[in-house]
Design a protein around this ligand. Structure first.
Ligand code: NAP
Length: 502
């Protein structure tokens, strides 16, 4: 079993007891009592805290000294006495720092206790990590624990390897780049992973809170055979994709876990991470969503590996979905264009081929425009690109052999479908619109890719003019639904996805 452990970092006995009760109520499977946060607790305090946990879940007693990144500032002997007191009070595990073991020996007063032998580096993945792991393993069957600050996500592979090679160990990378090591602990059979009671109560940087761990990241459903999925981007904290896909896995009973993967913008980091997960088949990564700034990198990676590439993804120059099959082969897709095309055709009740010859104005010449223009040109729609920066409109039109005009000429618009692919009208500038209201007519279809707010000023005025409207949330859900289908081979639960987005 891998425990979901909550560290108790309260500064007083009363608060610690309240936090223990809350953690147990929220589903903690193990409690780590951080005695160092209590200043200098008495033997009675230690005993009463352990009694508050005992018989409910296992309890670990830790009294981390300042020299190992903790709070305890007293004498070493005083610290060991406190830990001994915890052992006498029948704590299930005592955490002892590797560096505190003189002459590589377990002190006699801890010989009869189950120990976690820990080592921390709060600055980096230490160069001598192999020696440290070797030393930690010398104390098995006591539990080795190794925690460090990764430079970037590729450093996390060391902790994942350690767990793979030493099931029952504890290994984690701290900080935002280390999230993957905390989320995969159960799949890899770690002894535990830590989750904080709340943001301000974490005992190390990067701990995810207990409720998120259980509700968002499917703790109870994870097993050794859980398949992995994720979203690659930088930044990634704002992404709704983990919410949408994990809820969809819950709903369909699919054995998967979808996690955020913060990957530095450089190609080298993207490549090293991808090579790292492809080489470790036991991780069982099967699918990835890819967002800014890595969509082009994903395309290059598929080409470099000789993988299958969806034709239009190649023409767009962006891959936002990667699939890794049973044989470890990679393929790349673009669900952005497909999600947008489906949003239009579903609203109009037509097939994609029916868009042939329809005059369509695409406003904007960035990444989203490029995907949508590619999709429209593929079915021979009659496209005109309008953009503020004329050069960009010209270049995009040249790539897809269509018309272009400066945005200032929108007044002379002559189109049956209008698609806004700029951020004009997006929160918080909701008073703006790219198309003056008087140009909107009942025989038009107006599609705004902006999804916050759901109804932009452009869509509101289009509705008032009697036009059909398509909102950006529909496109967003469609592209996630296409990814879900590629990930799982199952029908996507679009209504659940919509509920999550709300
Ligand atoms: P991008 O590559 O940065 O392109 C932005 C485009 O917006 C450019 O054409 C830019 O014109 C134009 N623009 C920005 N501010 C403008 C302003 N004040 N006046 C006139 N034009 C302006 O961004 P993107 O990735 O294509 O995303 C564009 C929009 O698509 C986003 O804002 C978002 O709302 C929407 N989106 C929707 C979904 C979905 O699933 N629904 C997904 C992703 C994005 P210049 O070339 O002149 O700078």
């Amino acid at each position: 079993m891998t425990y979901l452990a909550v560290p108790i970092t309260a500064g007083s006995l009363e608060q610690a007891k309240a936090d223990i009760a809350r953690a147990l109520g929220d589903g903690a499977e193990c409690i780590e009592l951080r005695l160092d946060y209590l200043g200098n607790p008495s033997a009675t305090d230690v005993t009463s805290l352990i009694a508050a946990v005992k018989e409910k879940v296992p309890v670990i007693a830790t009294c981390r000294p300042i020299w190992e990144g903790g709070q305890f500032a007293g004498q070493e002997q005083q610290r060991l006495t406190l830990l001994r007191q915890a052992a006498i009070a029948a704590a299930d595990y005592i955490d002892l720092e590797l560096e505190s073991l003189k002459d590589h020996k377990i002190p006699s007063e801890f010989q009869d206790v189950k120990l976690i032998i820990s080592n921390h580096d709060f600055e980096h993945l230490p160069r001598d990590f192999r020696q440290r792991l070797y030393r930690l393993r010398q104390y098995q069957p006591n539990i080795p624990k190794f925690a460090y600050m990764p430079g970037d996500i590729t450093d996390c592979l060391t902790a994942l390897d350690m767990l793979h090679e030493n099931p029952g160990a504890i290994a984690m990378a701290m900080g935002p780049a280390g999230t993957i090591t905390r989320l995969l602990a159960k799949k890899l059979g770690a002894f535990l992973t830590f989750a904080s009671l709340s943001g301000e109560k974490e005992s190390a940087p990067g701990q995810i809170n207990l409720r998120q761990m259980k509700q968002l990241y499917r703790w109870d459903a994870i097993g050794r055979d859980t398949r992995l999925y994720g979203v690659i981007g930088h930044p990634i904290g704002h992404s709704l994709s983990p919410h949408i896909h994990n809820r969809s896995f819950d709903h369909t009973g699919f054995n998967g876990l979808y996690i955020p993967l913060l990957i530095d913008p450089k190609w080298e980091v993207f490549q090293a991470f991808m090579d790292g997960i492809m080489a470790r088949k036991w991780l069982d990564f099967r699918g990835l969503s890819v967002t800014i700034p890595h969509k082009h990198h994903a395309l290059d990676y598929v080409r470099q590996k000789g993988g299958r590439l969806e034709t239009l993804a190649g023409r767009i120059g962006a891959v936002n979905t990667l699939i890794i099959d049973d044989a470890g082969q990679i393929s790349g897709y673009n669900s952005d264009y497909a999600g947008a095309m489906d949003a239009i055709t579903d609203t109009l009740g037509i097939e994609r081929a029916d868009l042939k010859g329809i005059p369509t104005a695409v406003i904007g010449a960035g990444g989203v425009s490029r995907a949508i223009v590619a999709g429209l040109i593929d079915v021979n729609a009659q496209v005109t690109i309008y953009n503020r920066t004329v050069e960009k409109a010209k270049n995009l039109a040249a790539d897809f052999n269509c018309q272009w005009k400066p945005l200032t000429e929108i007044q002379n618009l002559d189109a049956k479908i209008i698609i806004n692919c700029t951020s004009i009208g997006m929160h918080p500038h909701m008073e703006n619109t790219p198309v003056p209201g008087e140009l909107l007519k009942p025989d038009m279809t107006v599609f705004d890719t902006v999804y916050n707010p759901k109804e932009t000023r452009l869509l509101k005025e289009a509705k008032e003019a009697g036009a059909k409207t398509v909102n950006g949330q529909t496109m967003f859900i469609n592209q996630a639904a296409i990814q879900f289908q590629l990930f799982t081979g199952q029908r996507p639960p679009k209504d659940i996805m919509q509920e999550v987005l709300k």
